[in-house]
Design a protein around this ligand. Structure first.
Ligand code: UD1
Length: 426
């Protein structure tokens, strides 16, 4: 087991390359299931979740080729997906249990092959995370849904048909499943109360490049005119807004100055507004977003909500920031019911945090102290690494596999801008 050892106290300065977005890449990698022509994605991050989904696609009969054969260099790689022959329509438990996002194969698979059998992803560390909205969406498009032996079976042997999908609340993954399924359904579909996350527009743009007819992606109503077939294309994955936001926090926390190369301001406006309030000077530059400290760090309040509001995926990182800010901050988690597992770990570093229901009150302390901590989920891991950057002495972050699911070359990127951070074998 590997761990990170971070010696706090260094100010970060320089440029951080923001990688392709994991949460855009995963649905984009399922889009090739919709066509019998090869498709290439560029700017894919090198992450464990990408490998897991590649393995699943492989299992389904998709040939996955990595450009250059060796990972395609350090700045994002290209992969070609050839789903001309779908050999299997079953997504097995052994792969799905590793990554909940595997559920996004359901829509494209049933749309193209007439059937999809996907293991139920089950619970997850940050809450129950049911898939009822995914299933209701596919039912609205004419699929029959059965649940048996821990698997969900969606079938539409004669193809899907256009319909209206009305989500009672916003779900990113269910919107993605509905969008891909509707692209090949007969007739017109409308998705109401669709997620507006930038990853949805990224997926829609890729589908449009494949020949899909989609209007309104990025708004709450998406209209899809189904087509008979889609074709291959080459598409570049959008930059990772959550990674960008995480490094933005690192810049302010260490009273530093970082250029987040490739980051797009429109994707991170809400968290950057909070960061400005807390003491950052933020400017849009030609090739990214610059975040620097104004010398002060002030407490702030956050409520997580679907895009364009403050993202749940940045909640833990901003909590790390609040632990060393002046005054009190209140952070309310309104998306997932159990997403405060980083709180006891941050407290081990000397943070003062009280949780009441879905809200955490963080009273800033003058300094944190390094300690051994345990990463509990992906974003929680990053919050601990951020805290380690400013804690006195050494912070040791255990269970790195969470971090490796979502942050490409974390230690290298942090070291390049002045952090003292080492990955060691336990
Ligand atoms: C995606 C992101 C994840 C992010 C989340 C919210 C990916 C791969 N993951 O996850 O990083 O934290 O959006 O921005 O893109 N829900 C149901 N029934 C469903 C589906 C969802 O009740 O069928 C609930 C969830 O439990 C949660 C809320 O809806 O409380 C939002 O979840 P959703 O937007 O679906 O998250 P994911 O797509 O799983």
């Amino acid at each position: 087991m590997e761990k990170l050892v971070i010696t706090g106290g260094n100010r970060l300065e320089g440029t951080v390359d923001i990688s392709g977005a994991k949460n855009a890449a995963l649905p984009l990698m399922c889009a090739p299931l919709l066509t019998d022509e090869p498709m290439t994605l560029t700017n894919l991050p090198r992450l464990a979740d990408i490998t897991t989904l590649s393995d699943l696609l492989n299992h389904l009969g998709v040939t996955v080729t990595i450009a250059g054969g060796n990972g395609g260099g350090l700045t994002g790689r290209s992969m070609t997906f050839d789903a001309s022959n779908i050999a299997d329509t079953v997504a097995p438990y052994d792969i799905v249990r590793k990554m909940r996002a595997s559920i996004i194969v359901l829509g494209p698979l049933v749309a193209r092959a007439g059937e999809a059998i996907v293991s139920l992803p089950g619970g997850c560390a940050i809450g129950n995370r049911p898939i009822d909205l995914h299933l209701k969406a596919l039912e609205a498009l004419g699929a029959d849904i059965d649940l048996e032996d821990g698997y969900v079976r969606a079938s539409a042997p004669k193809g899907l048909s256009g319909g209206t999908v009305r989500f009672p609340f916003v779900s990113v993954g269910a919107t993605e499943n509905a969008l891909m399924a509707a692209a090949l359904a007969k007739g017109t579909s409308v998705i109401e109360n669709a997620a507006r996350e930038p990853e949805i527009a990224d997926l829609a743009n890729c589908l449009i490049a494949m020949g899909a007819k989609i209007e309104g992606a990025g708004t709450e109503t998406i209209t899809i005119e189904g087509v008979d077939r889609l074709h291959g294309t080459t598409y570049a994955v959008m930059p990772d807004r959550i990674e960008a936001g995480s490094y933005a926090v690192a810049a302010l926390m260490t009273r530093g100055n970082l250029l987040l190369q490739n980051a797009r301001m429109a994707d991170i406006q809400a968290p950057m507004d909070v960061l400005s309030e807390a003491g950052a000077i933020i400017s849009e530059e030609k090739d990214g977003v610059r975040v620097k400290s104004n010398g002060h760090l002030q407490g702030f309040n956050i409520v997580t909500q679907p895009f364009p509001a403050f993202p749940t995926d940045m909640q833990a990182q901003f909590m790390a920031l609040a632990t060393v800010a002046d005054g009190a901050s209140v952070i309310t988690e309104a998306i997932f019911e159990n997403r405060f597992m980083h709180v006891p770990e941050l407290c081990r570093l000397g943070a003062d945090i009280t949780v009441t229901g879905a809200s955490a009150t963080i009273r800033g302390v003058p300094s944190l102290r390094g300690a051994q901590v345990m990463a509990t989920d992906l974003r929680a891991s990053m919050s601990l690494a951020l805290a380690g950057l400013v804690a006195d002495g050494d912070t040791v972050v255990n269970r790195l596999y969470h971090l490796d699911r979502g942050y490409e070359r974390l230690e290298e990127k942090l070291r390049n801008v002045g952090a003292q951070i080492e990955r060691v074998s336990a």
